[in-house]
Design a protein around this ligand. Structure first.
Ligand SMILES: [Zn+2]
Length: 239
């Protein structure tokens, strides 16, 4: 079965036609049409180079569909996912909080990615759907929180969910490493974060309740996104 992740990154591929076209292997940032052509070519070149360093060669002599499916499957050779034994043990956890702790404990393995998602340990995310959406939001600020269909793996089955989640984290880690992207952290959305910190401090002084809810409507962002940014500002002692 074809991966539901973009060949060149961790983002979901949103359309699955019966007869996959070239574009159906890529996310919106890598469609290779118009503005994304250069990015697509650059990221593909870098991925192929990274694979070749590991003596993995992706022959160009097959049809496009096989070529992209194969290229996508090789990404996980650059950064793997936890073995079945780990998945089995983790999925037998009764408590969701413990499960989240186990997931977040894999931080040494996906260092760049975990620098982004470690903020989630401070949030009370009560179920797989909320946790998955929060991870996707932290990894990609363009992610549309309202669309459950954007989650590129099964969430009803615990094992399938864990496998899908770790595959996404691994693909993100490969993307960040291959493209030498730095985790922006403090630099990300500097202006937005400055304005948010200012408003939160004002609201706290005025003893306003339900801060996140009010900020969400003021800044026209989802409450979940505000909550993540708020937690980051608390960690940085800015609010
Ligand atoms: Zn992509």
């Amino acid at each position: 079965m074809r991966s539901k992740f973009c060949v060149l990154c961790w983002r979901p591929v949103s359309d699955y036609p019966q007869q996959p076209l070239r574009v159906s292997f890529f996310c919106i940032a890598h469609k290779a049409s118009g503005d994304t052509r250069t990015t697509h070519q650059k990221h593909k070149r870098r991925l192929i180079k990274a694979l070749e360093k590991k003596d993995i060669y992706v022959g160009n002599d097959q049809n496009k569909k096989n070529y992209y499916s194969f290229l996508s499957s090789q990404v996980l050779k650059l950064k793997g996912v936890p073995d079945d034994e780990f998945i089995r043990k983790a999925s037998s956890q009764k408590s969701f909080n413990t499960l989240v702790k186990i997931i977040l404990n894999k931080s040494k393995y996906y260092t760049k990615t975990y620098r982004k998602i470690s903020v989630l340990s401070d949030l009370k995310l009560s179920n797989k759907e909320n946790f998955t959406k929060a991870v996707m939001m932290v990894l990609d600020k363009e992610f549309n929180h309202e669309r459950l269909s954007d989650i590129p793996f099964e969430i009803d089955n615990d094992k399938a969910w864990l496998k899908g989640l770790f595959e996404m984290l691994a693909r993100h880690e490969v993307y960040m490493t291959v493209n030498r992207e730095r985790v922006k952290g403090e630099g990300e959305n500097k202006e937005l974060r400055d304005r948010l910190a200012e408003r939160i401090n004002e609201m706290k002084q005025e003893k306003i309740e339900h801060i996140n809810k009010r900020l969400a409507s003021e800044f026209n962002l989802s409450e979940a996104r505000i909550s993540i940014l708020h937690q980051q500002l608390i960690k940085e002692n800015r609010v």
